[in-house]
Design a protein around this ligand. Structure first.
Ligand SMILES: *Cc1c(COP(=O)(O)O)cnc(C)c1O
Length: 458
């Protein structure tokens, strides 16, 4: 297919306001050259994140009118719980208002000094929640994940050798949980194969450890398994998802991704004792266990979204739309991370701006250019987000990849919008030699990319 065809028609529209280049120059300066500080109304195409930015369906909106706002035992909770159980298969379902609360509940209960929590690659909030609970966060993805040119079909896979070595080095008693992020957001939205999930599960359980999924994009991961792993070509997405989760002991989930809603999340576990501990904390920080920081209507929208996200024609368009943007760019020679992941195109900022070293934030420089050129908001995933002092040695470490993520919101933009974005990036690429690095003026210690103020170098 040359152009991905939207498998929906538009019932409600939202106006996009244009700005001129001169206006954008003023706006970004005022924002401290950090696109997180720009008012959304001053953005033309917002590819900052695919999180919480989905367009809900008429089915989800009508479900919201059936919200039962009872404090305890809302009917929407039961629908939500049963839907999650059907797909994930774990015994307990704990609603939270975002994925990071599920992470916090989990790591604050099982983590602590002297413990290690491995993952293929931790997402930024996951890493922050692990570290703030005094555990050491480790990324044990296969080496291919760090080669932007490598076309491995499952670059999100866990490196089983590295995981086995970790268990030998620190001992299973100091590993409260093994996490696996599907798809691997911080590594480019790359999927994990069913085979790797199965083998990670075997290794983990052989040592008496638990495997918990960071399941934010589980449906996209399942779709890639169907496309790329021969044994799954004829299975439904639901059956693939159920099999993936059957190899684990629980999951954290941000419903703002593959539940197609604007707010929500959950933690789902088999362990009853752990669930009791977590539930006590939930009541303290989020709410009663049948709403967990959400309204009844939100729970209904999540339940309906979880069903819709499993529809194959939706997933086909989703993945094709991302691939289409990537194709427009590669045809013009723009270096991007390969292969294309499920939710975003990752520009290879090191490849586009080889003259800017990591200490001068090539990804951030490119992010600023995107806004100036087309009012497009992407996000730096490179040294601004990830450079940090090594927890064990205290040395400054820079990430292997310098990228700018263009995350595509679900069901929001059309093929025409993708074309517009591609053309702006191609124009930037043609004048890439003129682009300068950046320096930080002020920034906090953790999660600094959200609030840092920067300036371009002369
Ligand atoms: C978004 C995300 C989270 C955190 O979820 P929030 O709902 O934003 O708190 C955790 N892990 C991954 C992989 C994510 O993409």
């Amino acid at each position: 297919m040359k152009y991905p065809l939207e498998p929906f028609k538009i019932k409600v529209v939202e106006r996009i306001r244009h700005t001129t280049r001169e206006e954008r120059e003023e706006i970004i300066k005022e924002a401290g050259y950090n696109v997180f500080n720009i008012p959304a109304e001053k953005i033309h195409i917002d590819l900052l994140t695919d999180s919480g930015t989905s367009a809900m369906s008429d089915n989800q909106w009508s479900g919201m009118m059936l919200g039962d706002e009872s404090y305890a035992g809302s009917r929407n909770f039961y629908n939500f719980r049963d839907t999650v159980k059907d797909i994930f298969g774990y015994q307990h379902v704990i609603p939270t208002h975002q994925g990071r609360v599920a992470e916090n509940l989990l790591f604050s209960t099982i983590g602590g000094p002297g413990t290690y929590i491995p993952n293929n690659i931790h997402f930024d909030t996951t890493r922050a929640n692990v570290q703030s609970n005094h555990s050491i966060a480790l990324d044990l993805v296969i080496d291919e994940a760090y080669d932007p040119e490598c076309d491995h079909p499952f670059k999100g896979n866990m490196d089983l050798d590295k995981l086995e070595k970790l268990v030998q080095r620190v001992g299973p008693d100091n590993i409260p949980v093994v996490m696996l992020t599907i798809t691997n957001n911080s590594g480019g939205g790359q999927p994990v194969s069913m085979q790797n999930i199965r083998e990670t599960s075997e290794l983990t359980h052989r040592h008496g450890l638990k495997l918990v999924f960071d399941a934010c994009r589980f449906a996209e991961n399942a779709y890639f398994i169907k496309q790329r792993e021969a044994a799954y070509a004829d299975k439904t997405i639901l059956a693939i998802a159920q099999e993936m989760f059957s190899y684990g002991d629980g999951a954290t989930m941000s419903a703002k991704k593959d539940a197609l809603v604007n707010i929500g999340g959950f933690l789902t576990l088999n362990d009853s004792a752990l669930t009791r501990q977590v539930t006590n904390k939930l009541i303290m920080i989020e709410g009663f266990p049948t709403y967990g920081g959400l309204a009844g209507r939100d729970l209904e929208a999540v339940a309906r979204g979880l069903r819709e996200v499993l529809e194959e024609e939706y997933l086909e368009f989703r993945v094709e739309q991302v691939a289409y943007l990537a194709r427009c760019l590669t045809e013009a020679g723009v270096p991007i991370l390969k292969p294309v992941g499920g939710h975003a195109v990752y520009l290879n900022a090191r490849g586009i701006l080889p003259h800017i070293p990591s200490e001068q934030f090539p990804g951030q420089a490119l992010t600023v250019e995107l806004y100036l050129e087309g009012g497009i908001r992407g996000v730096e995933i490179g040294s601004l987000m990830f450079a940090q002092k090594d927890q064990e040695t205290g040395k400054m470490t820079y990430p292997e990849l310098e990228m700018v993520r263009l995350a595509i919101p679900r069901r929001v933009y059309t093929t025409g919008h993708m074309r517009y974005v591609a053309e702006a990036i191609i124009r930037i690429y043609q004048r890439r030699g003129e682009i300068k690095g950046m320096e930080i003026l002020e920034a906090p210690e953790v999660l600094r990319h959200f609030t840092a103020r920067m300036k371009p170098l002369d």
